[in-house]
Design a protein. Structure first.
Lengths: 243, 75
């Protein structure tokens, strides 16, 4: 009995509404559908949840307020004083990654953040934005970030390239961290699901394992959103306060 | 050795990087447990760092896994 496992089929991008304008493929794909769904759900939660605006919040209002408070607290603690203008950006990042990750956990859905191009777009936005913020705030003095204080000149020849490398690798690590976590999690779920489909009564074992892995994936979904946001805050702090 | 076999072997070797992830995550949570055992009041302060450390340690292991996928499906 051949095992016809196709665990990577779930990551295939399907055009739902084909659309070609001037040689560019602008089809509305399943990825676009789930990104739209994430945005719609976030907007619904925040707008409809706080519509009543009661002093004693209802359940939905509580959730909306808690998410705001959580990210506001994180930005204040980790990005320091001058970072309040960047709170909407960090909040958007956090909520989008969180909802995209959670939507991907629904069976037969599509995980938007398991596509490297999506996570790289987000990470590139963070990296380019933070670098521009640093140069706008400090001018050429921003390059002091790569020259730690009190280091002898000889060590600087070694240290500055290392600091530069670790700075420029940030968009890649930020994107690959989220991408690899989502890809590995969903591939594992699909592989164990495939095992359950092919054995007989013993299928209870891979299904039980799948349940456990799904629980872990819920944790990882929330955690990866948190880590993406908190690293954005830390990079912002580096750019704003140069250490 | 043809390319397909070499890819399989390369991908398998690249997954050895996950050993580091396992050790790192174990270290992070062992430190968390020790810290909370010594000073339970500090739990709320230490826990966010524990989760951040877990994610970063796991990420380095997953970089190895990403290389494995790169070898298998891109080259």
């Amino acid at each position: 009995m051949a095992l016809e496992l196709h665990p990577l089929e779930q990551f295939k991008i399907e055009p739902l509404i084909p659309l070609h304008i001037g040689g560019l493929d602008l089809s509305y794909t399943n990825a676009a559908l789930f990104m739209t769904a994430a945005v719609v759900l976030i907007t619904a939660l925040l707008v409809l949840g706080t519509r009543r605006g009661a002093l004693v919040p209802s359940r939905w209002q509580s959730v909306a307020e808690m998410s705001y408070e959580f990210v506001a607290d994180m930005v204040e603690t980790n990005a320091g004083h001058g970072a309040e203008p960047y709170f909407p950006f960090v909040f958007t990042l956090f909520m989008f990654v969180l909802f995209a990750n959670f939507l991907g956990l629904i069976p037969y859905s599509f995980t938007v953040t398991s596509q490297i191009i999506v996570t790289f777009a987000l990470a590139a936005a963070v990296f380019i934005g933070v670098t521009i913020i640093g140069f706008v705030k400090h001018g050429a003095h921003f390059l002091r970030l790569f020259v730690p204080e009190g280091v002898p000149i000889v060590l600087l020849l070694l240290l500055v390239p290392i600091e530069l490398l670790s700075y420029f690798i940030r968009p890649f690590t930020l994107s690959i961290r989220l991408f690899a976590n989502m890809l590995a999690g969903h591939t594992m779920l699909a592989i164990f699901g495939g095992f359950a489909a092919s054995v007989g009564l013993l299928a209870i074992l891979p299904v039980a394992l799948d349940v456990a892995i799904l629980a872990l994936e819920v944790l990882v979904a929330a955690l990866q959103a948190y880590v993406f946001a908190i690293l954005t805050c830390l990079y912002l702090r580096d750019a704003l306060h140069l250490h | 050795m043809d390319l397909a076999s070499a890819k399989m072997i390369g991908a398998g070797l690249a997954c050895i990087a996950l050993v580091g992830a396992g050790i790192g995550i174990g270290n992070v949570f062992s430190a968390l447990i020790s810290a909370v055992a010594r000073n339970p009041a500090a739990q709320a302060q230490v826990q966010p760092f524990a989760f951040l450390g877990f994610a970063l340690a796991e990420a380095t292991g997953l970089f190895g896994l990403a290389i494995a996928f790169l070898i298998l499906f891109v080259f």
